[in-house]
Design a protein around this ligand. Sequence first.
Ligand SMILES: Cc1cc2nc3c(=O)[nH]c(=O)nc-3n(C[C@H](O)[C@H](O)[C@H](O)COP(=O)(O)OP(=O)(O)OC[C@H]3O[C@@H](n4cnc5c(N)ncnc54)[C@H](O)[C@@H]3O)c2cc1C
Length: 409
Amino acid sequence: MNVHGRAARRAVAIGGSMSGLFAAAFLRKIGWQVDVYERSPIELVGRGAGITTHPELLEALELSGAGTPRDLGIMVERRIAIDRKGRVIADKPYPQMLTSWDRLQRLLRDTLPPENYHLGWNFERAEQDGSEVVAHFSGGRRERADLLIGGDGIRSGVRAQVAPAIQPIYAGYYIWRGAPNESDLAPETLKTIFPHFVFYLPERQQVIGYPISGFDNDLRPGRRRYNFIWYRVGDAATLREMCVDQNGHQHEYSVPPPLIRRDLVAGLMAEAEQELPPAFLDTLRKIPQPFFTPIYDFTSPQMVFGRIILLGDAASSARPHMGFGVSKAGDDARALADALASHDDIDRALAHYQAVRAPISEKIMMHGRRLGTHLGVNLKTAEDRAMWKTLQDYRAMMDWIAVPNFLAA
Ligand SMILES: Cc1cc2nc3c(=O)[nH]c(=O)nc-3n(C[C@H](O)[C@H](O)[C@H](O)COP(=O)(O)OP(=O)(O)OC[C@H]3O[C@@H](n4cnc5c(N)ncnc54)[C@H](O)[C@@H]3O)c2cc1C
């Protein structure tokens, strides 16, 4: 029996990243029994990505029981914009906590007993009969539950089963990224850009950098890293060509970093010599293996399919200009738990979850598109062009990119 005096209900969450873990943490708080199934056979570590935080994320961490420890990340105090020569052309006090994917995953993972987190389980399909779901995994394993949560990311296999027509849309641009060690950076780089959230904004490009923790969440000076992101425009044909790997194999969406063609990286470095300010050039040179990520977005208007629901990136994914994806995953999970706690009937609770989260997901995605107009791709409406114009001013970019409370605006 749980706190409501009824037999504990059970959820199966597919995906052991942010969504699966947030869902598990929030549902356990309201007395559900939750198991998380992750297809990776090994612990999800070393993704190395920087994550900007928002008040929603900090609140979700607190309410889910993960907590917001003092060593969550690095507090930057200022945003600066620099020109091609590295001169500061704008400077704005803007305190913001920057953390990393690894750190958040560790915190959330600690909310769950180890026996409820299962590595090496690949979801294949589910069947349901109106009050129960059975999830089938590779190798013939199966799990029965009251609810199946698809938290398996932008290429969700759960979504592929329930809403196969919903596909992520390529934005027409991609990023080169990486996070070199602080200790490898030149003294001048450490002095000029390392402590700050930095923008360099040539036409139809964005270079953004900020400090994040080092290996194993090390926050000590000298042990941190600098998150580097370079947005480049490239059409679908260009992307397809980039997705041919070092061995000549064509990948569909992106290429695992060790397999990225050496001629692509050589081309990137040659362009960087011509285009980047010295400190960003130094940063890029110190990345052992820069890799690219194509930018996609989409939203699924339907998030609930009987007893199967979509959550986080599986339900919708915005372009990363707001740095809000993990916050959204936390808010989706929180809304799901609130709905289940306030409705005895699971199906009514899920209808409520859908009614609350679908419009917000759409709003977040559209906001990402507005910010993406800076890159000048596919500007269709007068509104797009007006936004593009606004964002040509680097001070506007500093005011709009990855800022808190954008949903309230
Ligand atoms: C360039 C870039 C920058 C970003 N910056 C930020 C930022 O600053 N702040 C922020 O909040 N967000 C940011 N995001 C977004 C953020 O990374 C995502 O929103 C977040 O990781 C979504 O979490 P998720 O758990 O829904 O999906 P994912 O993190 O993609 O996890 C899905 C999990 O499901 C597992 N899985 C997949 N298929 C199966 C299967 N069949 N069976 C079992 N398991 C499966 C995968 O292995 C994976 O572990 C950024 C994204 C990008 C691309």
